[in-house]
Ligand binder design. Structure first.
Ligand code: CU
Length: 385
């Protein structure tokens, strides 16, 4: 995979030509190489093509664990779609925005044949995209566990095992909140409990939220993060497409690609040595049918954040960011014509650009072993008008 992956990337990196025929030729070449890569992956990892289904469909595949026993999947899809975010608010008045959140620990596929127990807001990684306007009162309602579902129905763990596993409480700290702990001291929610609190959205920006219950880095590493956008009073400039992307690092006991159920490695977390770098929760969460999609000439806006612990060097191969709002600072004038941006853990950026040439573009962490060998790869597909 490494060898082919590198050839593939180099071939893609040199496709920066303006000649259409040559571009199409290189595109075809790239696609053929991708098919080769897929075949090679299948041989190396002895894996079948992904059988992920879309929301609502139950995944029938049982994944063997390292002992050869089937591991039950709690959900067929852990990755939130990049187009799963509310649209622009377009309102002149402040209002109360109610946000319904629940926490859930779910075994899901991190890649085909590899399962992991994620800790989530609302069953997916990242958590829901929250959208408010400056001046709004945002009311967060957080429930520990899914409504009307006894914990035993979705987990084989007893309460004491639950506590021993380190998630006897979950909570939320929103970086859009001004006040101690970003709301977390008010929102420590034990098993079976629910709590709510309200805050006024005072500062327009794009912010991260995350769980802040002990051991906090573990809760975050397991997937408990999301984003909240506080729009300025006049709203954002019009865009044709908006997308929601969050990079996260994951710490499995087995190395990247090792099949079966993988436990969490606290040792790797403390050593800052993740096995996986992922966009929206799993390998290939944003590709194929779930890729970012737009047409030539459309203005694309992407909110990109880092949920967990390692900064991203975010880049789109073949694109230049017309406008970059670094560090969530959407009120500042944007930086123009940016190639790559660093996104700190617990931070987010807003990127805008217009695609001029049809084809497939890759979103990567430009520390490229993360993209080629550890999962930090997503697709943007631009179609002709
Ligand atoms: Cu938590």
């Amino acid at each position: 995979m490494n060898h082919f992956g590198k050839i593939l990337l180099v071939s893609f990196l040199i496709t920066g030509c303006s000649d259409d025929t040559k571009h199409q030729e290189l595109q075809a070449n790239y696609q053929a190489m991708q098919a080769e890569l897929a075949k090679l992956q299948k041989i190396l990892l002895k894996q079948e093509p992904s059988q992920h289904t879309e929301s609502g469909m139950v995944h029938s595949m049982a994944t063997p664990n390292t002992m050869g026993h089937p591991v039950r999947l709690d959900t067929p899809e852990i990755g939130r779609r990049a187009d799963d975010l509310p649209g622009p608010l377009n309102r002149a008045q402040e209002q109360v925005v109610s946000v319904e959140l629940y926490t859930d620990e779910l075994v899901a596929e991190i890649m085909p044949g590899v399962t992991y127990q994620y800790w989530t807001y609302n069953g997916q990684v990242p958590g829901p995209f929250i959208r408010a306007r400056v001046g709004d009162q945002v009311e967060i309602h957080l429930r520990h566990g899914k409504a009307n579902v006894a914990h035993a129905e979705h987990s084989e763990h007893t309460s004491s095992q639950h506590a021993a596993a380190g998630h006897s409480a979950h909570s939320i700290d929103l970086h859009a909140v001004i006040g101690p702990g970003g709301g977390a001291p008010l929102m420590q929610v034990g098993q079976g409990e629910e709590k709510r609190f309200r805050f006024k959205a005072t500062h327009p920006g794009i912010y991260v939220y995350h769980c802040a219950s002990p051991h906090i880095p573990t809760h975050i590493a397991n997937g408990m993060y999301g984003m909240i956008l506080v729009e300025p009073a006049e709203g954002l400039a019009k865009a044709d497409r908006e997308f929601y992307v969050m990079q996260g690092d994951f710490y499995t006991a087995g190395k990247f690609g090792i099949q079966g159920f993988q436990t969490f490695s606290q040792e790797k977390l403390l050593a800052e040595r993740p096995e996986y770098f992922l966009f929206n929760g799993r390998v290939n969460s944003i590709s194929g049918e779930r890729a970012l999609k737009a047409k030539v000439g459309e203005k694309i806006r992407i909110f990109v954040g880092v949920g967990s612990h390692i900064a991203s060097n975010f880049h789109i191969i073949g694109a230049i960011f017309d406008n970059l709002y670094p560090d969530g600072a959407i009120l500042n004038p944007p930086l123009k014509n940016v190639q790559t941006t660093t996104i700190a853990p617990g931070s987010a950026v807003m990127i805008e650009f217009t695609a001029r040439t049809p084809g497939k573009y890759l979103l990567v962490d430009h520390s490229l072993t993360r993209a080629i060998d550890k999962g930090a790869l997503a697709e943007l597909i631009i179609s002709g008008t």
